[in-house]
Structure formats: structure tokens, C-alpha cells
Design a binder for this molecule. Sequence first.
Ligand code: NDP
Length: 276
Amino acid sequence: MKDLKIDSKVGLSNGVEMPIFGLGTFQSRSGKETRDAVAGALRVGYRHIDTASMYGNEEDVGAAIKESGVPREEIFVTTKLWNSDHGYDSALAAFERSRRRLDLSYVDLYLIHWPVEDVRNESWRALETLLEEGKCRAVGVSNYMTRHLEELLEKSSTVPAVNQVEFSPYLYQRDLLEFCRRSNIQLESYSPLTKGRKLDDPKLIALASKYSKSAAQVLIRWALQHRIVVIPKSSRRERIVENAGVFDFVISPEDMKALDLFDQDLRTSWDPSTAP
Ligand code: NDP
């Protein structure tokens, strides 16, 4: 476990390697805030940035990458298809708009942001086309529950490389994690810090103090030790550094089990569990 580093990678089902740790950018404002956050993260050693068309900051993510001087191929960039852009032709066009805003020749991972009923499988065909054409290195989904994945796997021979869902000790979706593992789908955790809501939980703080770490660092490390890709968001320089300080300690197996029991079905984002 100590072997994990800031740029450690997991192998996706199609052979592409994805850094297990990255920067989230939801609610990072467009302009200087996002540019500084991405630039700062790249300086600290982050090599994976998560954005989405809906976040309105793809241009800034792309500009910060370009200005960083870090070779493009060393950075893993994810963006997402927004709900109003579903459908085969619309998804292709939306991808192209995202790619241009990012000003990149390819995107590393393109995700369906949400399993929009009736049209999601048409959109998936578009993602297959983008993959075949080499415009993205991997394609996947987000907010897919097991039944959405089952439907997709039944209809398509392209396994989504990744499923990005809300995941933390407070929302330990063990069945979904196991389903993804069995199906060769890499699980990725969003809102790993519960959007900050549980960072003052005394149980969590007590556990973190044993390791002389912050509550946020323990939540991130918990995901890493479960071999889940994790993308904590911050636009503050000191927190971007803090959140990357998770590669010099190991949570014991007993404490991992204790954290697993923190589950209280807490969702801090939208809830796909009832999405048809
Ligand atoms: P996180 O759980 O990452 O929490 C982010 C919040 O915590 C921000 O308010 C941030 O504030 C604060 N914070 C960050 N670091 C610390 C720290 N060390 N100590 C105290 N507070 C801290 O929430 P997100 O919802 O942003 O999830 C992470 C990423 O996942 C998103 O940014 C996005 O890229 C992705 N995502 C995807 C979704 C999807 O539907 N696919 C849905 C939601 C998120 P500040 O910035 O001021 O530091």
C-alpha cells in the first residue's frame, strides 16, 4: 500500500492507464479560480483533472494544462456529456464542443454524466464511435447504478471503462463496487470529502488524529486503499497540497473496517438510486 504515489495508475479494461488520484473541478469558477487550481495541482504533481461540460470551466482547464509545460500525454483529462446533449448526433456534437473548449486533440476519458432515460443507449453508441475514431482513449459512465450497468452491458459489447459515482465511507456502496469489479469497470469516487459536510465528524477526527492526518486526508486515503479512483475538489492552494498528502501513510486493516462501518447512505450530490 505504501507503494501508492501521486501519479500511481490503475489499468482500465481497454489497457489505458488512469491515475488513481486527481483534481475535481465542480464549482471551480471559470476564469482565474479554475486556472489557478489546475496550475497549482499540476505543480504539486497531480496528473489527472476531472471536468465536465456542465461545470463551465473546460476552457480554463485546457488553458492551465497548456501553460503548465507538463507534456499533454502525462495528464489524464476527463470530461462529460451533459443531460441535454444526449442522442447519437447530439452527443458527437457535444463532445466536439468540449474538445474545442479544452483545446485538446483528444480526451482521455469521456463519461455520460447521468443515465438519462430512453436516450442513454443512443448516446453510448456515440461514445463507441468516439473511441473507435481515437478521439477519446476511454469511455465510461457516471451515476450508473447496477441496473443501469446491467442494461448497458446487455445492449453493448463495449464495457464502460469507468463508473464515476458518489462514494465515501458515509456512502459505502459495496454492492455496486463489487458489481463493477466483477464486470471489469473501474469505480471512481466523486464527492469523496462529502463536500466537506462530514469533515467535523468526531469519529473521523479521532481516527485521523491517530495518523496525524486531517479528516480529508483519511477520506481520500480510504478510497485509494479500496483501489477506487478519487478526485477531491479544492480551489484553495493549501488544500490542494493537503489533499495530495496521502501517500506517506497507510490506514490499518482494522481502521479500514471501522471506516467501512461509517456508512449512513449519505448523498451530498444528486441521487441516481431511483433514476429509471
Ligand atoms: P468533494 O467531496 O471533493 O468536496 C469539495 C468541497 O470540500 C469544497 O467545498 C472544498 O472547498 C472543500 N474541501 C476540499 N478540500 C478540503 C480540505 N482539505 N479541508 C476542508 N475542506 C476541503 O466534493 P465534489 O462534489 O466537488 O466532488 C469532487 C469532484 O467530483 C467534483 O469537483 C467533480 O469533478 C466530481 N463530481 C462529479 C459528479 C458527477 O455527477 N459525475 C457530481 C459531483 C462531483 P474549497 O474548494 O473551498 O477548498
